[in-house]
Design a protein around this ligand. Structure first.
Ligand SMILES: Nc1ncnc2c1ncn2[C@@H]1O[C@H](COP(=O)(O)OP(=O)(O)OP(=O)(O)O)[C@@H](O)[C@H]1O
Ligand SMILES: [Mg+2]
Length: 242
């Protein structure tokens, strides 16, 4: 199963008189991994919510898999900073919630994919933060989404768990072929996971930087160069290039 292409055409979003995103034009190719970066409040989460159908646009078009997004759609899944599990349901039951056919065997298989086999009957409260995010990932992946949207899902995790989760997300993305859009404050994480890093500032796309490295994106001098370039872009405004 392949990921869907995402096309944003002249996309504008205002909350009342507050213009957050202005005339955004962006294509994310089918199966591509794109990271959105930018200062706090620049509209990254708003952009993800627009793509998912959780928030309505003010103007423009959001086309996913050739269709205009009008509402929430199970083919497009969203993972938040907080795992948002139901504490009164077991791990397995939480994963089943994401399944259109409520299939237990599939839920068990997906839990295995995220490395949580044996924890099916545990309560969310008894899991670590990283394990809870794995459950949330399993719940998002059980329906085999075409697009996975991640809004800083690793920012609350310790550094080591975070590295493990980055590798897990990369592996699942490579195996399952969904299109990935990730919001992160961590430039290293963006360069590690993304084929392209998009910087948003003042409602516009200020940088659209392909990461031309062989996967896995290691920690060599080229990676460091990319990280510096993106960090410089976040720190000081540049000319709009899109
Ligand atoms: N539901 C809402 N109603 C009104 N304003 C909102 C709403 N959601 C977001 N905003 C405003 O839109 C702007 C962009 O918010 P958004 O959450 O998209 O930023 P962000 O880039 O994700 O920030 P952060 O990095 O801190 O998560 C902010 O000024 C925010 O206050
Ligand atoms: Mg946000």
């Amino acid at each position: 199963m392949n990921g869907y292409e995402i096309n944003l055409h002249h996309l504008t979003k205002a909350y009342g008189s507050h213009l957050v995103l202005q005339d955004i034009n962006l294509t994310v190719q089918a199966g591509e991994s794109v990271a959105l970066v930018g200062k706090s409040g620049c509209g990254k989460s708003t952009l993800l919510r627009l793509i998912s159908g959780l928030t309505s646009k003010t103007q423009g078009h959001i086309i996913v898999g050739g269709r205009e997004v009008c509402a929430v759609n199970p083919e497009i899944r969203f993972l938040f900073q907080n795992a948002r599990l139901l504490p009164w349901k077991t791990v397995l039951e939480n994963v089943i919630l994401g399944s259109p056919d409520r299939d237990q065997d599939t839920a068990r298989r997906v839990l295995q994919e995220v490395g949580l086999q044996g924890r099916e009957d545990a309560w969310p409260g008894d899991l670590s933060g990283g394990q809870q995010q794995r459950v949330a990932l399993a719940r998002a992946l059980i329906g085999r989404p075409r697009v996975l949207l991640l809004d800083e899902p690793l920012s609350a995790l310790d550094a080591l768990t975070r590295l493990h989760m980055q590798r897990l997300i990369e592996r699942l993305w490579q195996e399952l072929g969904f299109t990935l859009v990730l919001v992160t404050h961590d430039v290293s994480e963006a360069v590690y996971l993304a084929d392209r890093v998009v910087l948003i500032e003042d409602g516009h796309i200020r940088m659209n930087q392909p990461i031309e490295l062989v996967r896995p994106h290691g920690k060599g001098p080229e990676t460091i160069q990319y990280e510096k370039r993106i960090l410089n872009g976040i720190m000081k405004p540049q000319k709009k290039i899109v």
